[in-house]
Every structure is written in C-alpha cells, then in structure tokens.
Ligand binder design. Structure first.
Ligand code: ZN
Length: 495
C-alpha cells in the first residue's frame, strides 16, 4: 500500500537517498537484469552508452559534447527512466520537498505543526526533469530565483528570509535532473551562480545570501568547439562536471537508416500505403554522409541527423502526391523525388565560403547526385550497364518528370534494351507493382546520370553522355547553369 501520511511513510521504512544514488541504484538493477538501457538510441552501444553508464555509476554530473542532431537531448530525456516511478513529496511545495528531509522553512514548520498526520503526495518521475536551452539573456532570476520584496513586505519578513524567494528553474529541479542545453551560451555570471549552488548550496541574490542545499543531477550539452574555446566556461564549473562524453553521427549507413526509419513519419496508412524502396532510403542517408565529408559544408556546426529524417518525409510526400494525382493504389518513392526534398536539406547545414559561392540549393543538388552515384555503384557493382547507355548513344532520349505516372514511365522506357533487367536487379522483380518498377527504372537512369554514362538536362531530359571527357566536363557546367536558371522545372530528359 502506498503511504498517504508522513506517519505511514515513516513506518514503511522508506529511506531518502540523493537523486544520483537513486539513479545509480536503478541502473545497477537494470544492468543485473540485462535490460536494454537506452531504447531508441541507435549506434551508441559501443561508444557513448558505456561512457554514460560509467558516469552514472560514478554519480557524476556530466556533459554530452557533440554536433547538432546527435541525439544529445534525447539521451538526457531518457535519463528519466532511471528515476524511481514516484517519490513522496510535501504537498504544494514548489521545490518538491522530501517529507522526511524538508529543505524549505515553510515545509519544516508545516511538519512541526501537523506531525505524522500530515498528508503526503507522490510525484511521478516525468515531473522531475527540468530542461533549459541556454541563451545569453538567461538571468540568475530565471535559473536560481529572485527575492520578492512585495511578498516580504506583506508577510512582514526580512528580505533574506527564504520565504520571500521566488524560485527559479534549478530549485524547481530539486530531487530531480536539471538539463542545460548549449551550456557555453550561458553568461559567465550565471555559470558562477550555478557553481555556487552546486558547490556550496548557497547563492547570493541581490546581495542577500540564500541557503539552498539542493539535490540535483546536473547534465549539460555543448558543441565541442564552443566548450573547449578559452573563456567560454568558467573553470570551477568545468571542474564540477565529472565526465565529458563525446557523441557522434552514425558510423554506418545501416545505423543511420535504422535511426531515420524510427524517426521519420512515413507510415501513412491514412491515405495510401507508402512503400519506400531500400535504395531510396540509402540515397537519402548517403546525402548526410556526403555532406559531412564535403569541404563546402561547415564541419564545426555539423550536419544533423534530422536532414535524412525530414528529407525522407518529403520524399514520401512527393510520391504520395504523384500516386494520388495519377490514381495509383500505392505510393512508391523514386530517387527523383529526393530533389523534391531540397526544402528539408538546404537548411540543415552551414556553408563554407566556397559553398556560399555555389549556393545552398546547388550544393544540395551536387550532394544528391553524388549520393545517388555512390548507392548505385554499390547495387550495380560489376554489372554491365552498357546496353542502356548505348540506346542513348544511338540517339534515344526520354522526357520524364517526377509527376509522370508509373504506367507512362514503363511505356516510355520499354524500348530501352536492358533497362528492365537492371530495374529487376534493383529490386523490382517478377510480380512487382507498376509504381515499384517505375521507381527502379528511375533509379537506374539517375544512377547512370550520376556516373556520367548518360546526361540529363531540364529541357532535354536524359540523353547520351558526351564522348570526349573534356567536352563532357564543359557540358556538365552547362547543365548546372541550366538548372540554376530554371529551378521550377521538374522535367528531366535522359539520353
Ligand atoms: Zn518545501
């Protein structure tokens, strides 16, 4: 039975423990039971999670250092699962005082007055996590609190009496977890305030010393470069952070695809079934890998995993739009749909000077093309694709767009010798639906274009590649200019 009064709580034999001990105890139990520790956090099993476990076992305050979109905030929020499901509190106390060890004067006098008959309340663990994004305008009042002179005057109290205190975020995280994102953005003065509360359990507000023996697990995130930059973090605060844990982007395309399919909203049973071919998922993922390695993209700010997540959502939507317009029973995204995801890509990275000159949209187009080339090479390693290229060399050309119905794509390309066989190899085998076959055909054409075996332009679609390499290079430039000139056109000619 859950105790309802202070007396029942005392009889239950329940002992208060500091929050770091509570989290440690629960972690130890999970480790003994061989439970999965951070469900939904993918690709960190051998790197981040062991370090995190060690920090928690050591009862450290810790900081996650990493670039944007590396699941830092998500990891911090997952710590809630390591708290007890609920803890007893003094009802109405703003800082969730422990009935067995109250901090504030109001609770102490309430307990003295009511004794064992005092009713207690239970606080669920979700309410014990306080999160704050650090910005330069955060004040001591926001973080620690302020003195309320009116409250003091009305109650006839001295200003330094804690009853006159209006609590900030940190005291409200008492007995819980306090997470500060982007710690280096916090002004030095506020860092000093935090440090004082952590170290001494007291703080000065407007010159009045206030005592607050708070019990919190402090966790932080920061961009590694900001964190190590001299003067960004005051040394005593850095000293109090027991562990620095580096996060990273997924190290394999396989991990990255698992994260994206977990996070992206593509399971849209409300309209049509959306069937995303593996090569489309791979291309979307590869864009982020290419961007992270591209010298035109700023390495210090990184390329968020949200890029492939939101891109895949737009890719699915573009396929839905086409399927709905053409009355098709299933939406199968094509590689060409990735260009419709440009609005989700261009904002997800910062450009270096060279990239600025080229423009975000063109950089993104280049990334898509090299991503397609990379994935295509993987699928068609050692496969002869010459017959298809020859069809274009003999003067064949195709005019397709991302709105072309599946049946139309198949009809237009049926004379291209060898194309259907390659499409089968990409996954559209016997019995595949028309939208799947059309998608596979599109993948082959975009792949050959990425490998420069055929060319494509917005006006003339897919056509033969130029034979002489030097001329081909010039042609390339010209195509790029055409793409810049007519960004609205979605028609593509392959030949
Ligand atoms: Zn209290």
């Amino acid at each position: 039975m859950v105790p309802k009064t202070l007396g029942e709580l005392r009889q239950s034999g329940r002992r208060s423990r500091p929050v770091k001990q509570e989290i440690r105890d629960n972690l130890v139990r999970k480790l003994q039971a061989n439970e999965s520790l951070f469900p939904g956090i993918i690709g960190y099993d051998e790197t981040v999670i062991p370090q995190l476990v060690n920090a928690i076992l050591s009862r450290h305050n810790f900081i996650l250092l990493g670039l944007r979109g590396q699941a830092k905030s998500r990891i911090l929020r997952a710590l809630v699962d390591l708290l007890d499901e609920q803890i007893p509190v003094v009802p109405g106390c703003e800082i969730h005082d422990d009935p067995l060890a109250p901090l504030c004067a109001a609770c102490r006098s309430k307990i003295a007055r009511e004794g064992d008959a005092m009713a207690i309340a239970w606080l669920p663990r979700e309410q014990r996590f306080v999160e704050k994004l650090a910005t330069p305008d955060v004040t001591i009042a926001d973080m620690v609190g302020d003195i309320d002179p009116i409250k003091a005057a009305q109650a006839g109290l001295n200003l330094s009496d804690e009853l006159t205190m209006h609590y900030g975020l940190l005291p409200r995280a008492h007995r819980g977890i306090f997470a500060i994102n982007e710690l280096p953005d916090l002004a030095g003065k506020i860092q000093v305030g935090l440090f004082n509360v952590l170290q001494e359990g007291d703080v000065q507000i407007k010159g009045y010393p206030i005592r607050l023996k708070l019990d919190v697990l402090m966790v932080f995130t920061a961009n590694p470069e900001d964190y190590t930059a001299r003067g960004k973090i005051i040394t005593p605060l850095k000293d109090r952070i027991g562990s620095e844990i580096r996060t990273h982007y997924p190290s394999t395309r396989h991990h990255a695809m698992a994260i994206t399919s977990q996070e992206a909203w593509t399971d849209r049973k409300d309209a049509l079934p959306v069937e995303i071919p593996t090569y489309v998922r791979e291309v979307v993922e590869e864009i982020a890998f290419q961007a992270r390695a591209d010298r035109k993209v700023d390495k210090r700010s990184g390329v968020s995993q949200r890029l492939p997540i939101t891109a895949l959502e737009l890719v699915a939507s573009n396929a839905e739009r086409r399927a709905l317009a053409n009355g098709e029973p299933v939406a199968v995204p094509r590689v060409t749909d990735v260009y419709a995801a440009l609005p989700s890509i261009t904002g997800k990275f910062e450009l270096e000077y060279e990239g600025e000159l080229r423009g975000a949209e063109q950089v993104a187009r280049d990334l898509i093309r090299s991503a397609v080339g990379n994935v295509f090479t993987g699928v068609f390693e050692g496969v002869d694709t010459r017959t298809v290229a020859e069809w274009f060399d003999l003067g064949g050309s195709l005019l397709l767009s991302d709105g072309t119905a599946a049946a139309e794509v198949i009809a237009q390309t049926c004379g291209v010798h060898g194309l259907r066989e390659l499409a089968e190899r990409a996954g559209a085998g016997k019995g595949a639906s028309a939208p799947s076959v059309a998608s596979a055909i599109d993948f082959v054409l975009e792949g050959l274009y990425a490998q420069k075996k055929i060319s494509r332009s917005d006006e003339r679609g897919y056509v033969a590649a130029e034979a002489a390499p030097r001329r081909a290079a010039r042609r390339e430039e010209q195509n790029i200019e055409e793409e810049i000139r007519i960004p609205g056109s979605k028609k593509k000619y392959y030949n």
